[in-house]
Design a protein around this ligand. Sequence first.
Ligand SMILES: Nc1ncnc2c1ncn2[C@@H]1O[C@H](COP(=O)(O)OP(=O)(O)OP(=O)(O)O)[C@@H](O)[C@H]1O
Ligand SMILES: C[C@H](N)[C@@H](CCCCCC(=O)O)NC(=O)O
Ligand SMILES: [Mg+2]
Length: 233
Amino acid sequence: MRGLFITGTDTDVGKTWMTASIASQLLARNEHKIGLYKPACSGSVRNEEGRLYWPDLEHLYIALREQFPRDRICPQTFEAPLAPPVAAAAEEKQIDSELLRTGIDWWRERVDMLLVEGVGGWYCPLSEDEMVADFATELAFPVVIVARLGLGTINHTLLTLDAVRSRGLTVAGVILNEPVALEGDASVESNAEQIERWGKTSVLGISRHDQHYQPRQTEETDWFGLSVESSRT
Ligand SMILES: Nc1ncnc2c1ncn2[C@@H]1O[C@H](COP(=O)(O)OP(=O)(O)OP(=O)(O)O)[C@@H](O)[C@H]1O
Ligand SMILES: C[C@H](N)[C@@H](CCCCCC(=O)O)NC(=O)O
Ligand SMILES: [Mg+2]
């Protein structure tokens, strides 16, 4: 099974938005079986009937055309909008470290490629004794960094690039996303060039607010080509 790990420069930068978009782009080609995985999800919302749901999980479930059970996409969900071990503690629970990993195993014989969305940013705590960075290092899939378009993103992206590379992982590239509509931010014109220059990486594409992802240099981004079969999984 090949894979990509989708991290972000922060929470709410659009990792789920982009993970769903990448899955849709791949599924539209009809060439490979695609799976999505989020090791833990925190922050539920109550619907009109009073039932809890997790917006990230719904988004990923729909991106996979409702073909896979929600609890395989994310086996561990918690109500509080906090880092997963903190959200779990609020329910007097702990993150199941083994399930973080066996949750990946379920996908192995079922799909050709798995997109794994992190939680929060690269150094977000994921369990009592590991951060997202530790989990991603064990998986050893190339890392896609989702960053906010706009002023401040150069610094946040370069910090994340350094932190990912310090684990010996390959950076597949950066996506600039606009989760909240920007107004009059002149930096958007130069964000990509500056990140490429200083970060020695590719900005694969840009997703403006409420618009489809636009690849930057090529007609399409070859997500399958960027993914690798991890030797460590
Ligand atoms: N390009 C976009 N256009 C419009 N809305 C967007 C865009 N990107 C993200 N959003 C919205 O912004 C919010 C945050 O995005 P998202 O949930 O993807 O962030 P995240 O990085 O996955 O956060 P988390 O750390 O909780 O996983 C969501 O409500 C999402 O629908
Ligand atoms: C509640 C958020 N939406 C997110 C957790 C973000 C934790 C960030 C912790 C931090 O870095 O300070 N949950 C999640 O991705 O499932
Ligand atoms: Mg998300």
